[in-house]
Design a protein around this ligand. Structure first.
Ligand code: UT7
Length: 328
């Protein structure tokens, strides 16, 4: 069976209006702008309003992506939402989004792979289209991390923000589109980055709330070491699978967790910073939404043109990682 080439037909992003700066955080926890900027590269992040949930952010980003692709919601066959902050346990945020968009014929599900979720979702959707099962898919990364962040914990609260990015995938000309995916997981590191409460292991209870188990826990330094190792190697593996040399890469779109992690990946790939999309200074770490927001922003800014070789790479809780090579 010959496979259909699959690529990105449109991108969109949405971030909430409210800005939380490093200086604002100085008034909330024992931290300072200089520490945050030098250790992470982050200057500010966006925070959803109390009324906004992940599906609301996803909806705004999706409308833009659909519009750019020139595809009506009714034409979409599949919706995948990558998120660790679903509106609720179920129904899935993808089903809620399907309803908001009126994408009546679309199958819809959420995918949980933390910050790697968007790349895992792209791989899923690409395979459905490549094999002819579906024609058009909407893939979204959407997060309201502010709702699961402990704003008394300086180790985590300086990092995270809210937002959504979306892409419409569909058939493209032979030679273009996704050339490879490299996905991985190491469950032995699951305890390094997690939300312990609210699931079937530790259901919500007065004790779980008191123990702050509904907030993100992260062993930052351990995750940092893993990230530095995996970002470069996952991107290299994806390039090798695609048969493309590092020197042919036009733009790296990495997960926006920490500027030092991004710099180490650039070093490993022999790429200069001008070949990398970096926007964590404005949005912080938006988990599954980081990569699609960065890709949509690169698209908006005209930093990607037809035929460009783009490498997407991310890592996150699970532990998980993912990389992909895409010819625009
Ligand atoms: O999306 C996926 C997940 N997450 C990540 O990618 C995060 C990966 N990890 C990181 O980016 C870094 O580990 C952090 C930015 C979280 C922390 O940076 P670090 O260079 O690893 O710092 P550290 O945790 O080793 O802490 C160094 C010092 C400590 O003080 P002592 O023990 O040396 O006196 C911390 O208590 O910095 C202190 N510290 C802070 N100081 C001011 C920790 N957080 C802060 C803070 N402000 N916000």
């Amino acid at each position: 069976m010959s496979l259909q080439a699959v690529g990105v037909l449109g991108t969109g992003k949405y971030v909430p209006e409210r800005v939380l700066t490093n200086h604002d955080l100085e008034n909330m926890v024992d931290t300072n702008d200089e520490w945050i900027v030098t250790r992470t590269g982050i200057r500010e992040r966006r925070i959803a309003s109390p009324e906004q949930a992940s599906s609301d952010l996803a909806y705004e980003a999706s409308k833009i992506a659909l519009n750019k692709a020139g595809i009506a919601p009714e034409e979409i066959d599949l919706i995948i939402v990558a998120t660790i902050t679903p509106d609720m346990s179920f129904p899935s945020t993808a089903c809620i989004l399907q309803d908001k968009l009126g994408a009546k014929k679309a199958a819809a599900f959420d995918l949980s792979a933390a910050c790697s979720g968007f790349i895992y979702s792209l791989a899923n959707a690409t395979n459905f289209i490549a094999t002819g099962t579906y024609k058009y898919a909407l893939v979204v990364g959407a997060e309201c991390l502010s709702k699961i962040t402990d704003y008394t914990d300086r180790n985590t609260c300086i990092l995270f923000g809210d937002g959504a990015g979306a892409v419409v995938l569909g058939p493209v000309a032979e030679g273009r589109g996704f050339k490879s995916f490299e996905l991985g997981a190491d469950g032995t590191g699951g305890d390094l980055l997690k939300i312990a409460g609210g699931g079937s292991r530790c259901p919500a209870s007065p004790q779980s709330l008191e123990g702050k188990q509904h907030f993100i826990y992260m062993a930052g330094a351990e995750v940092f070491k893993f990230a530095v190792r995996i970002m470069g190697s996952a991107a290299e593996d994806a390039l090798r699978k695609a048969g493309i040399a590092k020197s042919e890469v036009d733009l790296l779109v990495p997960h926006q967790a920490n500027i030092r992690i991004i710099q180490s990946a650039l070093q490993r790939l022999d790429l200069s910073e001008d070949k990398c999309m970096i926007n964590l200074d404005k949005y912080g770490n938006v988990s599954a939404a980081s990569i699609p927001i960065a890709l949509a922003e690169a698209d908006e800014e005209g930093r990607v043109k037809e035929g460009d070789c783009i490498v997407l790479v991310g890592f996150g809780g699970g532990l998980t990682w993912g990389a992909s090579v895409l010819i625009w």
